[in-house]
Design a binder for this molecule. Structure first.
Ligand SMILES: Cc1ncc(C[n+]2csc(CCOP(=O)(O)OP(=O)(O)O)c2C)c(N)n1
Length: 335
């Protein structure tokens, strides 16, 4: 076994925290504590935890609108919760929320673009900077299958392979792009097959493996190691979006058959239950331990929301400053 029991239990805790936090945020949307769209990572927690745990100190990532689980694993969970709730003590005084949160110094998360697909280009730019400055890490470009229908993604895979950039492209196929199911979006739902002609090295985790946090972490660690050596990688992971695109959208666009598939996914491919089976089989934990972790984290998340509730949002004059609006210009190096 590659990971110690301590590491496995830590991953389990991250999964449980992500699930309970997501349900907590759902409630915050319903009771008005979160204003605006909230895209839940419900059911896809293994992806964020697996990627976050695989990252080395020198690696970078551009997350997606559904990467809260990754951020919850990397960031301080209370400060991240405050950010999502728009409070002044969040990472960006509550202005970036989960969509545009960035931490260049410590957690190496670069800002994502609101334009679907654009992040692939930004990641290639970051990977070029990592290469030119000899920083040693690799850049992870996370995107869903909807984003992978944007042309820029394919141009960027070509350039990355041509320039041997330290980059790992990830396509998370969760079955939907907003209200459009994968089979109505593309003739060929396999993104691996679409990127293969450029010679990028491909790793595929199908629907039976895509909710297994251990497999995701192993795959990402392998891909990152190769990418750091200048071999661009592509990782395709299939999992299931357990709820609508954002909280409050409703499920009116699901057919009865799609609702049944969702029910089966929840029953058979729940990342928390997969991890529990793993821990039970390897005798690393028992049911009593699982119950204790869930109770403790339930209290932890309720505490975060209670503490954040009374904290105000930042005043406009603290937000609209030139330092927060404009980045420092920086010159590049030699190619
Ligand atoms: C260019 C562009 N078109 C449309 C949108 C609106 N939009 C935001 S998320 C989304 C669906 C994304 O699907 P996917 O990439 O599969 O990620 P998922 O939501 O499934 O996690 C769309 C169409 C956008 N932000 N940018």
């Amino acid at each position: 076994m590659k990971y110690s029991n301590e590491e496995l239990l830590k991953m389990y805790e991250h999964l449980v925290r992500a699930r309970i936090w997501t349900l907590g945020m759902h409630e915050c949307v319903n009771n008005g504590l979160i204003r605006g769209a909230f895209h839940t990572p419900y059911g896809q927690e293994a992806m964020g935890v697996g990627v976050a745990c695989a990252m080395g100190a020198d690696d970078w990532v551009i997350p997606t609108h559904r990467s809260q689980t990754l951020m919850l694993t990397k960031y301080d969970p209370y400060k991240f919760t405050c950010e999502v709730l728009g409070r002044e003590n969040g990472y960006a005084k509550g202005t970036a929320r989960d969509l545009h949160i960035t931490d260049l110094e410590k957690e190496h998360t670069l800002p994502q673009s609101g334009t679907l697909g654009a992040s692939a280009g930004h990641c290639a730019g970051a990977a070029l900077a990592v290469k030119l400055k000899k920083l040693g890490g690799a850049v992870i470009s996370l995107q869903g299958e909807g984003a992978w229908s944007e042309g820029i993604c394919y141009e960027v895979v070509n350039i990355a392979c041509l320039m041997k950039l330290p980059i790992v492209f990830v396509a998370e196929i969760n079955g939907w792009a907003m209200t459009v199911p994968t089979e109505r979006e593309a003739v060929n739902g396999s993104i691996s097959e679409r990127v293969a002609p450029w010679g990028v090295e491909i790793h595929t985790l199908g629907i039976d493996e895509g909710s297994d946090v251990v497999k995701i972490r192993e795959t990402m660690e392998d891909a990152l190691e190769k990418a750091r050596a200048g071999r661009p990688q592509f990782v395709e992971v299939s999992d299931t979006r357990w709820a609508a695109h954002f909280v409050g959208q409703g499920d009116h666009y699901y057919t009865e058959e799609e609702k049944e598939q969702l029910r089966l996914a929840k029953e058979n491919r729940d990342c928390i239950r997969i991890m529990e089976k793993y821990l039970l089989d390897s005798r690393a934990a028992d049911e009593k331990y699982f119950a204790e972790v869930k109770d403790r984290i339930q209290e932890e998340i309720a505490g975060y929301i209670d503490m954040a509730r009374d904290i105000p949002g930042a005043a406009p004059e603290e937000i609209y400053t030139p330092e927060l609006i404009y980045a420092e210009p920086e010159t590049g190096g030699e190619i």
